[in-house]
Design a protein around this ligand. Structure first.
Ligand SMILES: Cc1cc2nc3c(=O)[nH]c(=O)nc-3n(C[C@H](O)[C@H](O)[C@H](O)COP(=O)(O)O)c2cc1C
Length: 423
């Protein structure tokens, strides 16, 4: 396993945790005052860094008062800002000091400009410079969080989409903006995530279990998305899965050093460019692709929402009947087929029944190593809460968290199961 890094790891028990909060020039900047208050009350040290635009929208005084320390904003400060125990003995390097000082970094709100600069490696003020100086382990271990907030048209702009995807691939946790009424009067996606979500994401990032396992040399297959069973040449029978959790899992396994393959049904999120993906639009195609990919993998995570029924016959033409009766038949049981023959050392399945008893029954029936029992409501949502039910060991209930944090937790569990299987 990878050794504990000097920075970005779990802080020694003797000192409070440290949050570095970057505030950029979005109208939602005032909401992060509550984040500062929350973490100060939990006894965290909080250092706020504001951009020039943020300071124009909201003066630094409230942040200074709540954080109990001056807001940092100058790349060339007259006075050293960070405590005497910071890593650098040089007073002139606040950006390096601050980047090393933090256990968790959160930028909230993050403007389109901030995302663009970080994705492009531009360092022209204190915040953008220190973000590039944050140790790569901190980023890979999911302790650098970016919470974008902007007008919907800006959020949906291809350049912003591309920059966000690039940052995700590097390991930044993107706290997805919410949908709703925006400050400019428009309605749509782009609202800064709620304080609860921001605080939850910071807390999850600080957990020791957020650290990535070392999976170099391990082959992982993740299925993602939904199957679409044809009814006729234009219509399909499908479900609401977005593929977001499967894609997040694939990305996390990749960050952990594994050789990852995605087997994908239809997905509503962009696929990571760095991960090979085999398309599997129907249950039959998924069976073939999974059987093939799983033959020589170490960990198989069956995250895709494979429809359990399909039309018994597919009409050759688009049907225009006033009333139509569909006859459905069962699709193949992919998990059972994979575990019946030469199975990978670790096979993880999902159950939409939240009951632990049902998960245990599924574990036995399908010869799995772990079942993730999660309720239906999580399909298509940004967060997931679920119970991890392993074949051996303790059942763990995970409260609702971002799909990225959940993916990190599940990857750690998969690494533990693989180590146990190899013992
Ligand atoms: C009133 C006002 C509100 C703004 N709100 C946002 C916002 O929510 N998101 C965003 O990306 N840009 C917003 N902008 C534009 C940014 O402030 C602008 O792009 C600026 O260059 C960002 O600088 P920074 O990233 O260094 O803070 C806003 C501008 C104004 C004048």
């Amino acid at each position: 396993m990878r050794r504990s890094p000097k920075t970005g790891g779990t802080p020694p028990a003797t000192r409070p945790r440290r949050l570095l909060l970057g505030v950029t020039g979005g109208i939602a900047a005032y909401k992060t005052l509550e984040v500062v208050r929350r973490f100060r009350r939990l006894n965290w040290e909080v250092q706020v860094v504001m951009t020039a635009s943020a300071r124009r929208l909201l003066g630094p005084e409230s942040f200074t008062a709540l954080a109990g320390r001056p807001v940092a904003h100058e790349l060339f400060p007259k006075k050293r800002l960070v405590t005497k125990d910071s890593a650098s003995p040089h007073t002139a390097f606040s950006h390096i000091d601050l980047a090393r000082w933090a256990d968790v970094v959160l930028v909230a709100p993050a403007t389109a400009n901030c995302l663009g600069k970080l994705a492009a490696g531009i360092a022209d003020d204190l915040l953008s410079t220190l973000l590039l100086a944050v140790p790569i382990e901190t980023v890979r271990n999911g302790r650098a969080l970016i919470a974008p907030a902007m007008n919907s048209r800006m959020w949906e702009h291809p350049s912003v989409r591309r920059n966000t995807a690039l940052l995700r691939e590097q390991g930044y946790v993107i706290v997805t903006p919410a949908r709703g009424e925006l400050a400019c009067g428009d309605t749509g996606p782009g609202r800064l995530a709620d304080v609860e979500d921001l605080a939850g994401a910071v807390t999850a990032a600080a957990e020791a279990s957020a650290r990535l396992p070392d999976l170099a040399g391990t082959r992982v297959v993740v299925t993602a998305g939904r199957t679409e069973e044809p009814l006729d040449p234009v219509r399909v029978l499908t479900n609401r899965s977005s593929g977001r959790l499967g894609v997040a899992l694939a990305r996390v396994f990749r960050l952990a050093g594994a050789d990852v393959r995605l087997v994908c049904g239809a997905v509503s999120v962009p696929l990571p460019a760095s991960i090979p993906a085999t398309p599997a639009p129907t249950a039959d195609a998924m069976l073939v692709a999974v059987t093939d990919a799983a033959a020589d993998c170490d960990i198989l995570v069956m995250c895709a929402a494979v429809g359990d029924y399909r039309p018994a016959s597919v009409s050759r033409n688009k049907t225009h009947a006033t009333r139509l009766t569909l006859v459905l038949e069962k699709t193949p049981d992919i998990l059972k087929a994979v575990t019946a023959s030469k199975r990978p050392p670790v096979v993880i399945g999902f159950s939409h029944d939240p009951s632990v008893a049902a998960a245990r029954e599924k574990l036995r029936r399908k010869r799995l190593d772990l079942v993730v029992a999660n309720p239906f409501e999580t399909a298509g949502a940004d967060t997931i809460g679920a119970t991890l039910v392993p074949a051996r060991g303790r059942t763990t209930r995970l409260s609702a968290r971002s799909k990225e944090s959940f993916a990190r937790r599940l990857a750690a569990e998969a690494a533990r199961l693989l180590a146990a299987a190899r013992d």
